[in-house]
Design a protein around this ligand. Structure first.
Ligand code: R5P
Length: 302
């Protein structure tokens, strides 16, 4: 096995290689004056299982270089070419919300699957799609961040109450709460636009525990901000915010801090100052699971 780091993902590649007990090598990426990408693989790949390590937040500029690298590895004789993308983008557009819109989760899955034998990610945003295999015809593993998050909460929060900002979050909030032996609740969210979110708290007493707000993705921060404000209004203690994928645009982190949170932490699937929960261990374990079986023929498309 050999881990190849796409530019900027050297730390991810090193962490994976250490746990997979294999070598890693950076992919050299030349940019022509007009911006076109030319990857170069310097390590021998002939006959090896190549694992591409790529952080795919802000994916538009990263996807073509990734696909070119995957194709180069295959043409240079790699036995298998897989991808570890701790954050899997384009999962939220899982239906045509307005007439004429693209269903980008499906298009993106087709694009990646054409060049890869396997895919490993963490907690992809599964809402109307229930499993990755509904989208990805290649071997695909969704590792869970819940055990690592629960470990962090047990070590850092006294008397936690897990809170999800919307009904979709109940899947990971309930799992983390069970692992912590803590109570949990979810709010009701109405989204009126990218930055316009309303949340409603369920009835109950909010002053007996430390609320831990948990969401899979923080992007504009609007969802967590509305949730923090609702909790504070209901008399709750300053909440701890935990995100799996810290996309955090511009000043989102500072707006949360200004709203009176106790702390904001995230898993390291997207590099961000809030990273406190490492995922390399679960990613490596998932790679072992899919790579060893990746010589079998691809499953047919759904
Ligand atoms: C939505 O369905 C997700 O689970 C997150 O709640 C959402 O992506 C957060 O986005 P934002 O930070 O922009 O409110």
């Amino acid at each position: 096995m050999l881990v190849l780091a796409l530019p900027g993902d050297e730390q991810l590649a090193q962490g994976l290689a250490r746990r997979l007990r294999c070598g890693w090598s950076p992919v050299a990426m030349h940019r022509f004056p007009d911006g076109e990408a030319l990857p170069r693989i310097d390590a021998p790949v002939q006959g090896r299982c190549v694992v591409l390590a790529a952080g795919l937040d802000h994916p538009d500029g990263k996807t073509l270089p990734l696909l070119f690298t995957a194709d180069a590895a295959r043409e240079l004789g790699a036995a298998q070419v897989g991808l570890v993308a701790p954050y899997l983008p384009y999962m939220r557009q899982d239906k045509r919300f307005k007439p004429g819109e693209a269903i980008t989760s499906r298009s993106y899955a087709r694009l990646l699957s054409a060049s890869l034998d396997f895919l490993v990610t963490v907690d992809p945003h599964l809402h109307r799609w229930h499993e990755l295999r509904e989208l990805y015809p290649i071997r695909a593993a969704a590792a869970a961040a819940a055990p690592a998050i629960a470990r962090w909460i047990r070590a850092n929060v006294t008397d936690p109450l897990l809170v999800g900002p919307d009904s979709e979050s109940s899947q990971w909030v309930s799992q983390v709460a069970r692992l912590c032996g803590a109570p949990w609740a979810v709010m009701q969210k109405t989204r009126r636009g990218d930055r316009n979110v309303k949340v409603v708290l369920p009835q109950g007493s909010w002053s007996d525990h430390t609320p831990v707000l948990l969401d899979d993705i923080v992007s504009t921060g609007g969802t967590l901000l509305a949730a923090v404000q609702a909790l504070r209004k209901a008399g709750a203690a300053p909440p701890v915010c935990v995100a799996v994928h810290a996309l955090f645009e511009d000043d989102a982190l500072w707006r949360l801090i200004a709203a009176g949170v106790a702390r904001v932490v995230s898993c390291d699937s997207v590099t961000h100052p809030s990273n406190a929960i490492p995922l390399a261990g679960v990613l490596a374990q998932a790679v072992r699971g899919v790579a060893k079986r990746a010589n079998t023929p691809k499953e047919p498309s759904p």
